[in-house]
Design a protein around this ligand. Sequence first.
Ligand code: 4AD
Ligand code: MG
Length: 432
Amino acid sequence: MKQEFISIQKALKQGKGKVSLRGWVYRIRKGKDKIFIILRDTSDIIQCVFSQEKFKKQWNAIDKILIESSIKIKGTIKQDKRAVTGYEIQVEEFEIISYAEDFPIGKDQSQELLLDKRHLWIRSRRMQAILKIRSTVFGAIHEYFRSKEFYEFQSPIITSGAAESGPTKFTVDYFGKKVFLTQTWQFYAEAAIYALEKIYTIAPSFRAEESKTSRHLTEYWHAEAEVAWTNLDELIDIAENLVKYVITKVLKENKKELAILGRDINKLEPSTKKKFPRITYANALKLLKDKKKINIKWGKDLRTIEEEKIMELYDTPIFVTNYPKDCMAFYKPRSKKNRKTAECFDCLLPEGNGELIGGSERDISIEEIKKSLKFWKEKIEDYEFYMEPLHYGAIPHAGFGLGIERFIKWICGLDNIKDAIAFPRTMTRYSP
Ligand code: 4AD
Ligand code: MG
């Protein structure tokens, strides 16, 4: 077959005349003297009719086609209200590229089977839709930062010790020495702002967290930003605008995919327009007490359940600021207004999706940093490289990290974070 192939989406737009398509068999229905094949490519699906009268000699070859076989067809497209996407193609020529064996995934399979067969399940319309939205999200994050004159900066994945949270580091045997997979780009980024001032990255982060929840992965993609000469309020503006930019972009470019996922876009739209509320940790405790009858003692970090209860009160993400210093990472500085709190924020998502972003100003007092490291029983020598830049022209700066799969989980309305990435890694899953 010598012809120009077009996408199914293009063919549907064309609506009449001759078209040549190639793709995979999505569904098959057999009539008395006709075989209806729904063909799929990445752009859409369409019904193709093979009639026995036309293909007498090749009928056996057509009859043997199973789901996921790859084929090329040429035929005439016309409107047909009964067909899945409103059009049908009368096949005039075809070529079978590869016959598929019996596809091991049928209807209503268990989540575990779909994860075991992920290398095949990514072909599903559902996973296709999620992966396309994911692609939009990654692209939009790059666009946002680059449009704001941020430089993209990369840090190593293999690290020697400095960490976001000590107990959740993955260790790697490095020629007989113990080293770690990175949990955050931040410590290198803080050195790099003295060269580049405004920087961001999108990179994998690793957490050996023993938590089997619907929002934890051991390997996740982390969008991080670090900004020179800024403060908490300005940093939150950047985070809020980033989130708005990405959602707006997905709503513009992925209507079709959101519809395939059955996502109610009314849950996302408020976030493109409304300002995200900013409340302090102290206010959050008050809201919990007054509106949810939950009493939390000042000084305790908010747990998932409490975050969820607060978020029942909002239809957009919110920023909770000024958590108690003693439950925060060592680099979050004491607030000048309230010495018991840190100059930091978490961005929480609605609909029970938990924390999306963690960020803060950075402590630039070496003395204070050492005090906090001691408080957390960290080895000071692991952080020498982190503190040394502060000897040479330290400036106020701040940054944040956003968990991209958590973002996708919310945007797509997924039950589990595992579906927000093609090949998820969790405590119990590391293959395929
Ligand atoms: O709050 P975290 O631990 O903050 C940091 O790592 C900072 N150093 C970031 C920075 O300031 N540059 O992680 C940031 C975000 C969380 O809000 C969450 O969205 C995501 O990373 N995250 C996870 N996502 C999936 N699975 C996990 N196990 C995650 N742990 C954190
Ligand atoms: Mg956090």
